[in-house]
Design a binder for this molecule. Structure first.
Ligand code: UD1
Length: 420
């Protein structure tokens, strides 16, 4: 197991290239199961979640080859079974359900289970697939779905916390091969859904409205192979932007798409961070004094829950009281107690965290609890005086490509240790 030893106090300076988006790539790879023909996906980041997806696709019978950041998938003969040992390691594997059901008319995929950020049900995925005519039962921890042929239908996929991203992806993928027209109301509007729809359309699907709350899918008989380049990772970009601001540095995010980052950039500007969008690049300049801001996480185009923990670190450096309200995942404040160990002043009040700043953070051993919480601990370590030892960074390697190398190139003193 690896950990990171970080010596804080240096501003980040320079350029960083944003990798392909994990949350786009996982469904894109699953979508390749919808055709017998080879598909090629480019700008695939080297992450352990992607490696898991390769194992899962291989386990269902696909041939997968990786070369640099390109993955080729040929799903000529596949089976509709995906077992618990693979699925439990990565929640994103639930997005196999839609493609397997669409292509084979049957799927048996292990239920993913909860995780530290919340219970994470999949009732909306099942509601959508049932609306397409699938018979679904839960049997011994598995979702068992089957149908003679899926039939297009109109459905409402909104839940307690709004739309569901992977639920929308699952239904959209299954509906591409259904008979007739499917209309998803209250669909997720995330850029990753638009990216998936573009890939599916390149494969011969007929999807309109992706990126809006109403997506219409006209089923076709079969899909064919296609090539696609995944969008850059807006959460990685947000993480580096916040890190640059917190460290009072100046970082250019090469390849970042500002149009996917409005909510985050808006809050950074409100906090006094300067942004330069010249020449198609985004440069983030941290001011000496940060102002407090209030943030509420929301479905896209609102402030992303996946950047909430990182933003909380910025709030610890602002002069005054900031309030951060989490509306997507009920227990996504696991990082608070670790940030407190570094000296942050944060009180939880129901779904909100009240952050008093500015705090002088000082290095200590801390433990990462999930992917984005790990990123927050790394940012806090870059700001803290002295040395911080961030343990359990396998979470970080799930979703950030070579984050220690990228930070080192920006001037951070960061070392990866192999713990015995
Ligand atoms: C995706 C992202 C994850 C991000 C999340 C919200 C991937 C691989 N993961 O996860 O990084 O944090 O979107 O932006 O893309 N819900 C239900 N029933 C369901 C499904 C979801 O009640 O059937 C609830 C969830 O508990 C949560 C909310 O809906 O409160 C949003 O979850 P959802 O959009 O489904 O998250 P994921 O797609 O799993």
């Amino acid at each position: 197991m690896y950990s990171l030893l970080i010596e804080g106090g240096r501003p980040l300076e320079g350029e960083v290239t944003i990798s392909g988006a994990k949350n786009a790539v996982l469904p894109l790879m699953a979508a390749a199961l919808l055709t017998r023909e080879p598909c090629v996906i480019r700008r695939v980041p080297a992450l352990s979640d992607v490696a898991f997806m390769v194992r899962i696709l291989t386990a269902v019978g696909a041939k997968v080859r990786s070369q640099g950041d390109t993955v080729s998938i040929e799903a000529n003969r596949i089976r509709g079974f995906c077992d618990y040992d693979l699925v439990r390691k990565m929640r994103g594997s639930v997005c196999l359900l839609g493609p397997l059901l669409g292509r084979l008319g049957q799927a048996k995929v292990s239920l993913p289970g909860g995780c530290v950020i919340g219970t994470r049900p999949i009732d909306l995925h099942l509601k959508g697939l049932r609306a397409l005519g699938a018979k679904i039962q839960i049997d011994s921890g598995y979702v068992c779905a089957q149908t003679r042929r899926l039939k297009g239908s109109a459905m409402f996929l909104g839940g307690r916390a709004g739309p569901t991203v992977l639920g929308t992806a699952n239904v959209m993928m299954a509906a591409t091969l259904a008979e007739g027209v499917t209309v998803i109301q209250s669909a997720a509007c995330e850029p990753e859904i638009v990216d998936l729809a573009e890939f599916l359309n390149a494969m011969g699907a007929q999807i309109t409205g992706a990126g809006s709350p109403t997506i219409t899918i006209t089923g076709v008989k079969e899909l064919h192979g296609a090539e696609h380049e995944a969008i850059p990772d807006r959460i990685e970009a947000a993480t580096f932007a916040i890190a640059a601001a917190c460290s009072r540095g100046e970082v250019t995010l090469r390849g970042a798409r500002p149009e996917h980052l409005h909510a985050v950039l808006d809050k950074l500007e409100e906090a006094g961070v300067r942004l330069d969008r010249a020449g198609g690049n985004l440069t983030v300049k941290g001011g000496r004094r940060l102002r407090p801001v209030d943030v509420t996480t929301q479905p896209y185009a609102g402030f992303p829950t996946d950047a909430q923990a990182q933003m909380m670190v910025l709030m610890t450096q602002a002069s005054g009281i900031s309030i951060l309200t989490e509306r997507i995942f009920e227990t996504r404040f696991m990082h608070v107690s670790e940030l407190a160990r570094l000296g942050a002043d944060i009180t939880i009040e129901g779904p909100s965290a009240v952050v008093k700043g500015p705090s002088v953070l000082s290095g200590a051993p801390v433990m990462a609890s999930d992917l984005r919480a790990s990123a927050a601990l790394v940012i806090a370590s870059l700001v803290a005086r002295g040395r911080t030892h961030v343990k359990r960074i396998y979470h970080l390697d799930r979703g950030y490509e070579r984050i220690d190398d990228k930070l080192r190139r920006l001037g951070a003193r960061i070392q990866r240790l192999s713990d015995s």
